[in-house]
Design a binder for this molecule. Sequence first.
Ligand code: ACO
Length: 382
Amino acid sequence: MTTATPDFVPGLQGVVAAETRLSSVDGQLGELIIAGFPLEEIAGRATFEEMVYLLWYDALPDAQQLADFQQRLGAYRDLPGYTLALLRAAAEQQVPAMDALRMAASTISLRTPGEPDDDQRDALALVARFPTIVAAYWRLHNGEEPVAPRADLSHTANYLYMLTSDVPTDEQVRAMETYLNTVMDHGLNASTFTARVIISTESDMVSAVVGAVGALKGPLHGGAPGPALDMVFEIGDESRAEAYLREKLERGDRLMGFGHRVYKVRDPRADMLSQAAEKLYSADGDLQLYQLAKYVEDMAVTLLEEYKPGRKLQTNVEFYTALLLHGLNLPTDLFSPTFAISRAAGWIAHAFEHQATGRLIRPQSVYTGERNRQWVPLESRK
Ligand code: ACO
């Protein structure tokens, strides 16, 4: 009797592998709902702390709940000496910031005496310490001493403060917070799936998040905004855009910041971030760069349709992430780690949800190798 071969779906495209109340991604309509809120309704209004609370507890906090949550989260901001020692060693070797973040995130499993050994504590410590780790590493990487976190600043303001030692303006905080809220959760993307797979084995929260950082690092997921911005800089002027993009496409290169596995129309996060970038650049930036980016975007979408007809390759979140974060004076090396600072809260929300409702994730594979091979003793092998 032969057993039926299960269908193989490359890249698991279109396969439904979880039920979630956390976010809904409609790739045809270009619609993103986060915990019941259309993205446009919430991303520009909520604070980072409100957004995390919403994802973890499925409701916006009242004033007392928010104050308690801010206090509990803020209590974990400081980095223990052993985490700083690791970051110093990583800085000596000038490792990429995502690798430093992944290694330092593992140290969150170490507890001070009396600290609870549970996923709630790990969840708070992970979200609270990610900005401190990224900022401290970046300063060490550049030969500067880390700036200690300030308890009187919000999560977002404190991140910007620790990078530069300057207290950011309200406009800068709003722009960064809009970014962090926009990318906090996005269905079953590769890193979120990674976190769910790990937690589904009844592993722990730190392991789930560390694995997810590894998945986010790749350029097909969270690593695209740096190259997307480099492309705009290399183009430099509208008159060069078409020739530059054509040359790339003729060579078979991918245009970073375009195309998405799910969205076949413009990514709604690109709209959100484009508006936030326009506001930021109008206030204190270089509106010329914003206008050049818009021109490059239009030209890229037109040429992608010409070179890849019917693939519906549209602007994704990474393109305007690059512009917005550049407007906040972040170097390209910090784009992916900043994405992780936000998405960590989403990974954790998915891990909690999976712990409550999910099963071990264990798909199958189709065997394509040989059968009935015969053992050959070592001395007889050629
Ligand atoms: N530029 C040029 N061609 C592209 C691009 C692009 N950005 N994206 C896809 N294509 C082409 C592919 O070459 C392929 O062409 P073919 O059918 O002639 O072989 C076709 O479009 C389909 O591409 P796939 O790789 O099968 O699409 P998939 O759904 O696997 O990929 C992905 C989605 C990885 C995002 C892809 O569009 C890409 O590489 N984009 C550039 C990198 C990027 O912006 N990544 C960030 C994504 S957003 C995020 O994860 C947060």
